[in-house]
Design a protein. Structure first.
Length: 711
């Protein structure tokens, strides 16, 4: 029932796409030459190098996790493919610091045990530009001592001491068959294995060669546990089985999946098709000539590439975020898998996801899901949410038409924004954009968890998330983070998690607004100005105990490489979890934002409510109901704190004292009993759900007592 197919012919996109589009036009099909991507009037994937560039975003992310900048520091690499190939050839030109020590394709085996990164890059560049080149065309004088180029038809390949060391072979190895040499290359102790070839080269120990469905490479194939590289980049399809990936990842290797790494080609086709649909409509309306359209397509190539690669970058960050939360929130992942399975949307056996017993075993060992497994969850969550949003009123929300605009390159936004609103696939594009925005930033389980915790539908969750993101101006935060490239990955992930936590709490708050229609524009207007005021005045309204802690965190972020202004904002981010409470409190009591904030935060400091909030966040979660209980406790704590602050704001001010100081020193017996109880709880080494529940209940009794006094 899809409205169209994106047709991209493998191994001949340019030629076959023109044929497909000519047939489409001959039949008068509504898409015209937007039917098949690529071709003489489309985006040539090999010239753009887009598939390899997308995969390289994954490679860069993995290197960042290792604390290395692969664009500025030399690194060792082996590969599958040759320089005439699209994915391998383009991939091996994406960093000038690649030290390619070995590679093979269906014709040759290339060995260069101690390559010079600069000279070898120049030679690979020459080969890439040489039509129909092979490794046999490589300048042998540039190969380091002990290396060489050998045909796969040779009976034996001599293994020099240099090659032996580079491939990590035993001292007595002096020659190998071609198949043995290729296996040695796959198992080389290097930093990166780049797959740009065709065939299945890595399986799991428990898989048979027959299960791989690639008899031609049975003699070459190795197990995931045998790989000694640190990273695998999958520019090509099906180079590893999914079980092989998982086995490598369980042993500490870094990789995603092929459909994550090489998705940029499909994404480029998707953009091309939707752009052509828009421009063909402009041509039909007489607003654009054919030659001008074709020229405009060419002019937008670089921006289309940036849009596509940004998607690859965000998907990698999403997997890293999910990985960071995988161990503490493994129960959430298990529940997500089980739910989709019960709904008939996922076959965990087919996708090689853990059984419930295997989930429990990983919990007991403190293990989470691997990146290949998380890639599966990421994809399924997008498929499910996209369908849910498409069946809702989300694509009709006028505020979300901005997402439609953001999908297209700048020249189209400037010239054809009105025409975009009549795009045949407007709803589908908006649903896709909103889906990606939520899941790439919040992870696979966010929507399901939010729906179960609040009882709201995915459409409402999408709208609430959009409000929270816009009020927080989260896209500016993320952009600033992206610019701070020298920040260690662990610190950047820490900040990403802080933004994630804030967006999660603000979204949940909005979903619990009584009687709210969740009108995005209305809610953004309601909260954004107050949020900016609060953010600007934080240092004036938070207590000294808060400042000391946040100043220390700020210095740590500066030391990590963040600019001072940004470091200051990041350090104070936890305070903003209370932003919507403070803003509504000020509005309800008719006081200034800073006055409401002072009472709210000073009260939290005096009663140690910040400590209780942090204690709630550390409560263990082993399943859905624990997660729900923790969320309820968090909500109840904030609600009681807000009501207490509202009551104090209603009290007449005492000269020379703040409202909170006057209350704390009033000698109120209920308050004294509560403070003593809270002191005992804080002295405990650890707290559990019953303990926190008692504390929150006691806070409710204090609120009730103060309300009676006010009455």
């Amino acid at each position: 029932d899809d409205p169209y197919l994106v047709v991209a012919a493998d191994k001949g996109t340019a030629t076959f796409s023109d044929i497909a589009n000519s047939i489409s036009e001959d039949y008068g099909f509504w898409m015209g030459d937007a039917f098949a991507s690529g071709g003489s009037k489309g985006y040539d994937h090999k010239k753009m190098g887009i598939t390899a560039k997308g995969g390289w975003e994954s490679v860069k992310q993995h290197f960042r996790a290792l604390g290395k900048n692969c664009q500025a520091e030399d690194f060792s690499c082996v590969g599958i493919g040759d320089m005439s190939g699209d994915v391998f050839g383009n991939g091996m030109l994406l960093s000038r610091h690649i030290r390619l020590i070995a590679a093979f394709d269906h014709r040759h085996i290339f060995l260069d045990p101690n390559p010079d990164s600069a000279r070898s890059f120049a030679e690979r560049e020459r080969l890439f530009a040489l039509p129909r080149s092979s490794w046999a065309d490589y300048d042998a004088t540039l190969i380091s001592a002990g290396g060489g180029i050998h045909p796969r038809s040779a009976k034996f390949i001599p293994i020099s001491p240099e090659v032996r060391e580079a491939l990590g072979l035993a001292e007595d190895v002096t020659q190998l068959t071609p198949a043995e040499t290729m296996k040695a290359i796959l198992k080389a102790p290097v930093e990166l294995l780049w797959n740009g070839g065709i065939g299945v080269y890595v399986k799991a120990s428990g898989e048979s060669h027959e299960e791989c469905g690639d008899r031609a490479n049975n003699a070459v194939r190795v197990n995931g546990s045998e790989l000694r590289c640190r990273i695998v980049g999958e520019g090509g399809n099906l180079g590893l089985t999914q079980r092989g990936r998982i086995e490598f990842a369980m042993a500490g290797g870094l990789l995603n999946t092929d459909f994550i790494d090489n998705s940029a080609g499909v994404d480029t086709s998707d953009h091309e098709v939707n752009i052509k649909i828009l421009l063909n409509a402009a041509m039909a309306a007489g607003a654009l000539e054919g030659a001008a359209r074709d020229q405009l397509l060419v002019e937008m190539t670089d921006e289309v590439e940036r849009l596509v690669l940004f998607d690859n970058y965000r998907q990698n960050l999403a997997i890293s975020l999910m990985q960071a939360l995988s161990v503490p929130r493994l129960g959430s992942k298990q529940h997500f898998v089980r739910t989709l399975e019960q709904q008939g949307l996922l076959d965990r056996g087919l996708e090689f996801l853990p059984t419930d017993q295997e989930f429990e075993e990983r919990k007991s060992k403190g293990q989470g899901l691997t990146r290949p497994e998380l890639s599966i969850l990421l994809s399924y969550s997008k498929i499910v949410l996209y369908r849910q949003l498409l069946d809702s009123d989300v694509p009709e929300d006028p505020y979300l038409s901005k997402e439609l605009q953001l999908y297209f390159p700048t020249p189209l936004r400037e010239r054809y924004s009105e025409l975009m609103e009549r795009h045949r696939l407007r709803r589908e594009i908006i649903a896709t954009q909103v889906t990606n925005s939520i899941i790439n930033r919040m992870g696979a389980t966010f929507v399901l968890r939010m729906a179960e915790d609040t009882g709201e539908q995915p459409a409402a969750i999408a709208k609430a998330f959009t409000v929270a993101r816009e009020v927080l101006r989260a896209r500016e935060w993320w952009a600033e983070m992206d610019r701070a490239e020298e920040v260690p990955e662990q610190v950047r992930l820490e900040v990403t998690l802080a933004i994630w936590n804030l967006l999660r709490n603000l979204t949940r708050w909005l979903l619990q607004l009584p009687g709210s229609r969740l009108d995005i524009a209305e809610l953004v207007e309601r909260f954004a100005p107050g949020f900016e005021q609060l953010n600007a005045s934080l240092d004036e309204v938070i207590p000294a105990s808060y400042k000391q802690r946040y100043d220390e965190q700020e210095q740590a972020f500066v030391a990590a490489g963040y600019p001072a202004t940004m470091a200051r904002r990041i350090a104070r981010m936890p305070v903003l979890n209370a932003a919507f409470d403070v803003i509504d409190l000020a509005r309800e009591r008719g006081v200034a934002i800073d006055e409401a904030a002072r009472v709210f935060f000073e009260l939290g400091d005096a009663l140690h409510l910040r400590w209780f909030g942090e204690a709630i966040e550390t409560l263990p979660v082993s399943g859905r109901w624990h997660a729900n209980a923790r969320g309820v406790l968090r909500d109840e704590l904030f609600a009681q704190r807000r009501t207490l602050a509202a009551n104090l704001l209603s009290q007449p001010a005492t000269p020379g004292m703040s409202r909170v100081q006057a209350y704390v020193s009033s000698g109120d017996p209920v308050l004294a009993h509560t403070m003593a109880m809270f002191g005992e709880l804080r002295a405990q080494q650890s707290v559990d759900y019953p303990t926190i529940s008692v504390a929150v209940r006691r806070l409710g009794q204090l609120v009730a007592a103060l309300s009676r006094q006010g009455a």
